[in-house]
Design a protein around this ligand. Structure first.
Ligand code: ATP
Ligand code: MG
Length: 229
């Protein structure tokens, strides 16, 4: 059962790269079952915010809580266990391992989450099927198009049925129809929380809440549930 604790909460989070301030006193919450789209111009800190939510980065001040647990105060091992078991991440570049096929890339995260070999193979194939890529299961990343690699990354993030999904421009290389399919998969996958960075208005409008990063003045607003949801 997904936990009912607040899945993601930023409390007065500030973060800088050197003297370049990226987030200043940013606060928002993703409630259980909720989706939040993060939008804003290039360089406004969207990927940084996602990395803070995943525990890959720690805030300079303030707190990032994932399922009630502060990422800053938990150990590296604890954060990495949480990422493995609970969080599905789609990074901005697909980040597939070059020496593994599409199917093996997905199998790897399932095996890492302690799934047996044959079950991992079956679940990986089902994940590829959901993103329309069964036919290229045996292709290596350099044998995939940019959009296909991105869809493998989405399949990989969703394969282990994570409670929290963090996705950084998961449809950035896709045509309108495939974007619609992948966005539907992502929104349908929400068990506990979805945080999706996107430049695509149609993808953002499906979210319960839109967080706009605008030159250090983040604004959060609830979206009207439109007919496309
Ligand atoms: N490791 C790093 N070291 C120093 N500066 C960085 C680092 N990573 C990102 N930055 C800077 O931080 C700012 C925010 O980067 P970030 O990747 O979060 O932007 P973004 O909103 O995701 O942009 P895009 O829409 O282009 O992906 C950028 O100006 C970038 O140059
Ligand atoms: Mg980015």
């Amino acid at each position: 059962m997904p936990s009912r604790a607040t899945p993601i909460e930023f409390k007065g989070v500030s973060f800088s790269y050197g003297d370049r301030r990226i987030l200043v006193n940013t606060s928002f919450r993703v409630e259980p079952g909720e989706s939040v789209a993060v939008v804003g111009p290039s360089g406004s800190g969207k990927s940084t915010l996602l990395h803070l939510a995943s525990g890959l980065l720690s805030p300079d001040s303030g707190e990032v809580l994932v399922d009630g647990l502060s990422t800053g105060s938990s150990s590296v091992g604890c954060r990495s266990r949480m990422r493995r078991s609970q969080i599905g991440i789609v990074l901005q570049d697909a980040s597939l391992l070059e020496e593994l096929t599409a199917r093996e890339n997905i199998e790897l995260v399932l095996r890492d989450a302690r799934m047996g070999r044959s079950e991992a193979r079956r679940v990986a194939m089902a994940a590829l099927d959901r993103v329309g890529l069964k036919d290229v299961a045996g292709n290596y990343p350099h044998e995939l198009s940019g959009g296909e690699a991105q869809r493998v990354a989405v399949g990989r993030a969703l394969a282990k049925s994570p409670t929290i999904v963090l996705a950084d421009e998961p449809t950035g290389s896709l045509d309108a129809s495939t974007t619609n399919t992948v966005a539907s998969l992502l929104y349908a996958s929400v068990r506990s929380a979805l945080l999706v960075v996107t430049h695509d208005d149609a993808v953002a409008r499906r979210a319960d809440q839109i967080l706009t990063l605008d030159s250090q003045h983040p604004q959060s607003q609830k979206t009207d549930p439109g007919p496309n949801r």
